[in-house]
Design a protein around this ligand. Structure first.
Ligand SMILES: Nc1ncnc2c1ncn2[C@@H]1O[C@H](COP(=O)(O)OP(=O)(O)OP(=O)(O)O)[C@@H](O)[C@H]1O
Length: 291
C-alpha cells in the first residue's frame, strides 16, 4: 500500500481494511459485543489523525488492534506496510503508545520512569542518558525530572507518559484520550508538546478523543466513529463543507453538528446512553493519575 498524494512510495502509517473485532462473554462465550464493525481507515505518514467518537464507539479497540495488543480476527491492519498479524515485533518497534491506563510509576522519578522505557525499548546504552534527557525536555519536564512522579500534577503525568513513548523515537505515536480529565491549560500544554515533537521529527500521530474542539484545532484529518463503524472521514473543514452542502440551513456547522449529521445522534447523547461505565472507569483512572 503506498501513500496517497505526491509522496508516492512512502507507505501509509496505518491501513485498516474491513477490520472487525468482537468481545465474547458468558459461560459459553455466547454473548458477543461487536466493538469494531468493518473499519476501513488510512492514516497518512506525517499527519495527526483523530479518531473521534463517544464512549463505546470502538476507538480503543481499533487502536489496540493497530498497536498489536489485540489480534485481528477479521480484516487487515498494516503499520508502515507491515502486517500486524505477521510482523508484530517489527510493528511494535515503530510505535510509541500512550494508553488510557496509567503507565507511569508513582514511586520513581520522572527520569527513572523514562529510563525504564528506554531500556525496555532497547535504546542503545551509550545514547540512553542523552535520549532520556531529550525526551523529558521535549515535554517540558527538565526541571521536575528528578522528582517522584507521584508528586506530579495530572498534566505533568500525561507529559511524562508522552516522554516515555517518545524516548524510542517512534515513527507513529498512538495516544488514547491523551487529555481526558485535564483542565484546559494542561490540555493545551499536552497538545503543544505533541505538536512541537511532530514539527521537529515528522512523526505521525494517531489520537483518540471525544473532545470535538481538540480534534478541530489539532488534527489534520479525523474519522468519526460510532457503534463500531467509521461514519465519516476527512479534514475538519471537508466534513463541515459536506454538511453545509447537504444541510444548507446550517451555514456554520461545528464538528458536533457534523457528528450529529453523520451518526444520526448527538455526541453527548451517545456518551450519556452508552458511556456510563466507561465514564466511571475513566474518572477513576484520572483520579489515580492525579492523586
Ligand atoms: N474487554 C472487553 N470486554 C467486553 N466488552 C468490551 C471490552 N472492551 C470494550 N468492550 C466493549 O466494546 C465496545 C467498544 O469499546 P471501546 O473501548 O473500543 O470504545 P471507545 O470508543 O474506546 O470508548 P471508551 O473511550 O469509553 O473506551 C463497547 O461496547 C465496550 O463496552
Amino acid at each position: 500500500m503506498t501513500g496517497s498524494g505526491s509522496a508516492a512510495q512512502v507507505p501509509d502509517a496505518v491501513v485498516c481494511q474491513a477490520l472487525e473485532y468482537s468481545f465474547h462473554r458468558g459461560r459459553g462465550k455466547e454473548k458477543a459485543t461487536k466493538a469494531v464493525d468493518g473499519v476501513d481507515l488510512t492514516v497518512r505518514t506525517g499527519e495527526v489523525f483523530g479518531l473521534l467518537g463517544p464512549n463505546g464507539a470502538g476507538k480503543t479497540t481499533t487502536i489496540r488492534a493497530i498497536t498489536t495488543l489485540l489480534p485481528v480476527p477479521s480484516g487487515m491492519v498494516q503499520v508502515f506496510g507491515n502486517d500486524t498479524a505477521r510482523r508484530k515485533m517489527d510493528v511494535r518497534r515503530l510505535l510509541g503508545y500512550v494508553p488510557q491506563m496509567l503507565s507511569a510509576e508513582a514511586g520513581l522519578t520522572g527520569r527513572e520512569n523514562v529510563s525504564l522505557f528506554a531500556r525496555v525499548f532497547d535504546v542503545p546504552h551509550a545514547e540512553r542518558a542523552e535520549r532520556v534527557s531529550q525526551a523529558l525536555a521535549a515535554v517540558d519536564l527538565t526541571e521536575a525530572a528528578d522528582r517522584m512522579a507521584g508528586t506530579y500534577s495530572g498534566g505533568m503525568v500525561r507529559r511524562l507518559e508522552l516522554a516515555q513513548a517518545l524516548v524510542s523515537a517512534p515513527r507513529l505515536l498512538v495516544l488514547d484520550e491523551p487529555t481526558i480529565g485535564l483542565d484546559p491549560i494542561a490540555r493545551t500544554s499536552v497538545w503543544e508538546c505533541i505538536d512541537a515533537v511532530r514539527q521537529a521529527t515528522g512523526m505521525t500521530v494517531l489520537v483518540t478523543t471525544h473532545y470535538m474542539d481538540e480534534a478541530d484545532q489539532y488534527c489534520d484529518r479525523i474519522g468519526l466513529m460510532d457503534r463500531g463503524k467509521i461514519r465519516a472521514l476527512g479534514t475538519p473543514e471537508e466534513l463541515k463543507q459536506r454538511v453545509r452542502e447537504q444541510v444548507p440551513e446550517l451555514a456554520s456547522p461545528t464538528l458536533d453538528d457534523v457528528f450529529r449529521h453523520f451518526a444520526g445522534r448527538d455526541l453527548a447523547r451517545g456518551q450519556a446512553q452508552e458511556g456510563e461505565f466507561s465514564d466511571v472507569r475513566r474518572t477513576r483512572r484520572t483520579a489515580s493519575r492525579v492523586g
